[in-house]
Design a protein around this ligand. Structure first.
Ligand SMILES: *Cc1c(COP(=O)(O)O)cnc(C)c1O
Length: 476
């Protein structure tokens, strides 16, 4: 029996593995230290060492000489250094067809927003400084008028995100008192945003009314008491209910609130400024339409259907919204200057619907017709056809894109995908290689095929996507 086949105690197997200190003395690492900061190099050595120890541990790689271990480690350390020197947050080509993809960063900003961020980020600005008078003012002035004009609201406030907006409204309007919510609207959005939890954090007392599938106006009416501070309606963003269901329309709830003298709030979630029904996608009211139905206060996200940066926008009646601006939580939840700059630039594009559709990526992607998406798919295929021998086979396939971001759970948009397969590589392998490439490409596997949905791939990204496919397909 050979020596290597015997299970040896770990200290014996690991004995010849060099130490961090001795690796630092090698010529290769001394050279690396000229180009990379010491902590980066030491970290890379430590990671390479612990990976090796884990491999060697029980019955793994047989022991080698110190020289052999050193050589093996030196061959692995450059890759570890490269990983450490690369930013963790990287660009991804979104070929999933999910327009507002929360895990991929939701809305890409319009060019105008990117410019505004860049200018604001690199220097000082009049963020809270009135250049006309030379005195301090609120950072909200940069977006307030725009929001009022676009939504018809009496007053507007902006915070860090919509979860913060809901928390602030509940804390400011209902702390220590009751908030009535339908059992059909006690939703969870994106894992950590749950209405009952936010309610508990705000200090308001949740009073559930109705049942999971049916809630009537009488349910709210019966539950309302002198302790009731708010009637809350929550948009069922990421699911829909069908069958034996009934819910109270926003208008009806608003008129009950008026009659009882209790404010009504609607958490709309996705805040459309553009009227999607005018473009053939019904079912999503604009913020203006939602407000017109009568709730005193409405909250929306900045980076869903609005297509701007992360932000939480609160609009409604002055008497309800204005006090929130002075609430202590407002300071903790305030919007940062980069998001504010991007939000102002995005909102300005909405002064003209056609300009908004052309310039705001979320709108352009949502509204692109299937033929336009198909043309992009063909363009990608034409580019790759020139490169023969990559082993790829490509075709255009019909499928459906979705808005995502809990915006329109029932909406499916007909789209065109490039279906990719490889003569020797499994689709799972191809998918993983694309995902791990640079830039990373994220598609989806459907019925054994890798689909790249071209709705969410921009024209300018096609050359890079073609290069990424070629590199993923090459088997050395
Ligand atoms: C998305 C969403 C939220 C959370 O908004 P963020 O901007 O992600 O904080 C809250 N409520 C509803 C109904 C939503 O759809």
């Amino acid at each position: 029996m050979s020596r290597g086949a015997l299970p040896m105690p770990d200290p014996e197997r690991l004995r010849n593995i060099p130490s961090v200190a001795s690796l630092l003395e090698t010529r290769e690492i001394r050279q690396a230290l000229l180009r990379h900061p010491r902590p980066v190099v030491v970290g890379a050595i430590r990671r390479a060492l612990s990976a090796l120890r884990a491999e060697v541990a029980p019955g793994g790689t047989p022991p080698r000489s110190r020289e052999e271990w050193t050589e093996l480690l030196l061959s692995r350390i450059p890759a570890e250094i490269a990983v450490a020197e690369e930013p963790s947050l990287r660009r991804v080509i979104n070929a999933t067809g999910v327009v507002i993809h929360t895990n991929l960063g939701r809305a890409p900003l319009p060019e105008e927003g990117i410019r505004a961020v860049s200018e604001t980020a690199g220097g000082y600005s009049n963020l809270e400084f009135d250049l006309a008078s030379g005195s301090r003012f609120s950072r909200l002035v940069h977006v307030e008028e725009l929001i009022l004009t676009l939504t018809g609201a009496e007053s507007a406030h902006v915070v860090n995100n919509n979860a913060a907006a809901v928390l602030l409204c509940l804390a400011g309007l209902a702390r220590g008192r009751d908030v009535l919510v339908s059992r059909g609207e006690l939703v969870e959005i994106g894992g950590s945003f749950r209405i009952p939890d936010i309610m508990a954090e705000s200090g308001a007392n949740l009073v559930e009314v109705g049942t999971t599938n049916r809630t009537r106006i009488e349910d709210y009416e019966r539950a309302a008491t002198a302790r009731t501070a708010l009637l809350l309606k929550v948009h069922r963003s990421n699911f829909s209910m069908t069958g034996f269901t009934e819910e109270v329309a926003a208008r009806e709830l608003a008129s009950l609130g008026d009659r009882l003298g209790i404010p009504v709030m609607e958490d709309l979630g996705s805040g459309a400024i553009f009227d999607f029904s005018s473009a053939g996608i019904p079912g999503t009211p604009t913020v203006r339409q939602a407000l017109a139905l009568g709730p005193g206060i409405v909250t929306v996200s900045g980076d869903k259907l609005l297509g701007g940066p992360q932000a939480g926008i609160i609009v409604g009646r002055k008497a309800l919204v204005d006090p929130l601006k002075k609430h202590p939580l407002s300071r903790a939840l305030r919007i940062d200057k980069l998001c504010l700059a991007a939000l102002a630039a995005t909102l300005r594009l909405y002064a003209d619907d056609r300009r908004a559709v052309a310039r705001v990526p979320v709108l352009s992607m949502m509204l692109a017709g299937e033929p336009a998406v198909r043309a992009r798919a063909r363009k990608l295929i034409r580019r790759l056809k020139r490169e023969s021998g990559a082993g790829l086979s490509l075709s255009v396939e019909r499928a459906f894109s979705s808005p995502g971001g809990g915006a329109m759970p029932d909406v499916e948009i007909p789209t065109a995908c490039v279906a990719v397969s490889h003569e020797t590589m499994r689709v799972e392998e191809l998918e993983a290689r694309l995902r791990l490439g640079s830039p990373s490409v994220v598609g989806r596997i459907e019925k054994g095929k890798l689909l790249l949905d071209m709705r969410t791939v921009r024209g300018g990204e096609i050359p890079e996507l073609a290069a990424a496919l070629l590199s993923a397909a090459s088997v050395e």
